[in-house]
Design a protein around this ligand. Structure first.
Ligand SMILES: [Zn+2]
Length: 469
C-alpha cells in the first residue's frame, strides 16, 4: 500500500516536471571546437539522465570484474568453514553414538578445514578416548592446557583419565587446578571433596564439602552426614597426635550435628568417659538411643556403667531401655545385663520377647548362653546354636560401594577406600569379615580400586543415606 502511494507520488512529480518544462520551453546550445549542437531543453535533460544511468552500469561492471578473484577466495573460505563445521558436528554425533572410527575421521577432517583448535582438539581427544587410545587422548588434553579457553576442558579430560586409572594423587592435583579456574562447578566440587576425603585430608574436605552443598552437588542431608563423618575422622587424627581436647570437641561436634549418628555418640561418650564425665557420657548415649538403638551403643554404655555392681548395671540398662522401650535392641541390651547379673528370669523374659519380635543370630546365641549358664543344658544350647547357624546374617557395618563387611565403623572402607560408605545393614553378598587390622578407622592410602565417581556425577551423591545408623 505504502509502495503504491510512493509510486503515485513519484509519477506525479515526473508529470509535474514534464508539464512545467512544456510550459517553459527553451533550447540548449553547445559550441565546442567548431561543433555546434543545439537541442530542446527536455531532450537535453533526457540525454543527461541516460548518460548518468550508463555511467552507473559501467562502474558496477568494472567493480565486479576487478573484485572477482577476492570474492571467489571469500566464497571458498566460507565453503571450507561450512564443511569444517559439518565435519565437527558429525564427529560430535559419532562420539555421542560411540562410533570411534567416524569420530576420528571427522576430527581429522574438521582439524584440516577449520582454524579452531579449541573445538577440534576436544573432538580429537574424545575420539581417541573412544578408540581406547588413552595416550593420544592425554596428548590432546595436555595440549589444551596451553590455551586459556580450553584449559578447563583439558583438565577435566585428564582428571577423568587419572580417576579411571586409579591415580588419586594426580587426580587430586588436577581437580585442585581445575577448581582454581572454575571454583563453583558442582561436579568438580563433588569430585574434589571425595578425593580429599579419600586421601585423609579431612580439614580440606570439610571446606570443599560445604562449597559442594552450597553448589547443589551434594544434598544437605547427605552433606550433614558426611560432615559428621569428617569430624569423627578429625577426632581420631587429633587423638593420634595426643590432642585429647580436640579429639573430644570434634566428636562432640559430630554428635551435636547428628544426634542419631551412632559412631559419633559412641565415640563422644567414650572420650567423655576418659576424662571422668560419666554422666555426660550416659546422656550422650541415651540421646542417640532415642533415635537409633544400636549394639555399638550397648557396648559403649556397658563401658560407662562398668564401675557399678551387676545389679545396678541392670537397673541402668532398664533406664536406657526406657528411651526406646519397644525396640528389640533395648530388649537385647537389658537381657545381656541380666545375664551378667545372673537374673535368669529377667534375661529369659526379654529374650523370649525379642525372639517373637525379630529372631536373629544374636537372640539365638544369647538363648544358648542362658541355657548353659542357668541350667547347664548343653543339648538345649546346641539346639539354639543350630538355629543361629541357619538364621539370616545379622546387620553389620557394610560398605555400600563394595559390600565388604567391616567389624567396626570407620570413615573409609578398608576394602575399597570409599569415604562414608559404611552402613549398618544386612550384607547382601556374603563376604568374609575383614580383620580389624585391615579396616582401620582412617587412612588407607594403599587402596587399589579406582574411584567410581566420574566427573558429572557427584561421588558424594551416590552414597545412599543411611537408614540404620
Ligand atoms: Zn568398600
Amino acid at each position: 500500500m505504502t509502495r503504491a502511494i510512493w509510486f503515485i507520488i513519484k509519477v506525479a512529480i515526473v508529470v509535474a516536471i514534464a508539464v512545467w518544462l512544456a510550459n517553459h520551453p527553451g533550447t540548449l546550445a553547445i559550441n565546442w571546437q567548431g561543433y555546434v549542437v543545439e537541442t530542446g531543453i527536455g531532450i537535453a535533460i533526457l540525454i543527461g539522465v541516460a548518460a548518468l544511468a550508463a555511467g552507473i552500469v559501467l562502474y558496477r561492471l568494472a567493480r565486479a570484474i576487478l573484485g572477482a578473484p577476492r570474492n571467489y577466495g571469500r566464497y571458498r573460505r566460507s565453503r571450507r568453514r561450512e564443511r569444517g563445521y559439518q565435519a565437527l558436528t558429525r564427529g560430535m554425533v559419532a562420539v555421542a553414538a560411540g562410533d570411534a572410527t567416524t569420530a576420528r575421521k571427522m576430527a581429522r577432517k574438521a582439524d584440516g578445514l577449520l582454524n579452531e583448535p579449541p573445538l577440534t582438539m576436544l573432538l580429537s581427544a574424545q575420539a581417541a578416548q573412544l578408540q581406547g587410545d588413552d595416550r593420544a587422548a592425554k596428548e590432546y588434553f595436555t595440549a589444551m592446557l596451553d590455551r586459556p579457553e580450553t584449559a578447563f576442558l583439558g583438565l577435566r579430560g585428564l582428571l577423568t583419565q587419572s580417576l579411571k586409572a586409579g591415580d588419586r594423587v594426580e587426580a587430586l592435583q588436577l581437580a585442585r587446578r581445575a577448581q582454581s579456574l572454575q571454583p563453583n562447578t558442582p561436579w568438580l566440587l563433588g569430585t574434589l571433596y571425595d578425593l580429599e576425603a579419600r586421601s585423609g585430608e579431612w580439614a580440606a574436605a570439610e571446606g570443599t564439602l560445604q562449597q559442594a552443598v552450597q553448589a547443589g552437588a551434594i544434598n544437605p542431608d547427605d552433606g550433614r552426614r558426611h560432615r559428621a563423618t569428617l569430624l569423627l575422622e578429625r577426632s581420631f587424627e587429633a587423638e593420634r597426635r595426643g590432642r585429647s581436647d580436640s579429639a573430644l570437641s570434634h566428636a562432640q561436634a559430630a554428635h551435636d550435628l547428628l544426634s542419631g549418628f551412632v559412631p559419633a555418640a559412641a565415640r563422644a561418650a567414650r572420650l567423655q568417659m576418659a576424662i571422668g564425665k560419666h554422666k555426660n557420657a550416659a546422656k550422650t548415649i541415651e540421646r542417640c538411643w532415642r533415635v537409633n538403638p544400636h549394639p555399638d551403643l550397648t557396648s559403649a554404655y556397658r563401658e560407662v556403667v562398668s564401675s557399678y555392681d551387676p545389679m545396678t548395671r541392670v537397673k541402668l540398662f532398664e533406664k536406657l531401655r526406657n528411651h526406646a522401650p519397644n525396640d528389640v535392641e533395648s530388649l537385647l541390651a537389658v537381657a545381656r545385663a541380666a545375664l551378667d547379673a545372673q537374673l535368669w528370669g529377667e534375661a529369659r523374659a526379654h529374650l523370649t520377647k525379642a525372639l517373637e519380635m525379630r529372631p536373629s543370630r544374636r537372640v539365638f546365641q544369647l538363648l544358648a548362653e542362658l541355657e548353659r549358664a542357668e541350667r547347664q543344658d548343653e543339648e538345649a544350647a546346641r539346639a539354639w546354636l543350630a538355629q543361629a547357624a541357619n538364621a539370616p546374617a545379622d546387620a553389620a557395618w557394610t560398605c555400600s560401594a563394595c559390600n565388604a563387611v567391616s567389624p567396626s565403623w570407620g570413615g573409609l572402607c578398608g576394602h575399597c577406600g570409599a569415604f562414608d560408605s559404611l552402613e549398618w545393614k544386612t550384607p547382601t553378598v556374603s563376604m568374609s569379615l575383614m580383620s580389624p587390622e585391615s579396616a582401620p578407622a582412617a587412612i588407607t592410602h594403599q587402596v587399589t580400586e579406582p574411584v567410581t565417581g566420574q566427573p558429572g556425577v557427584a561421588p558424594g551423591g551416590q552414597i545412599a543415606p543411611q537408614g540404620a545408623t
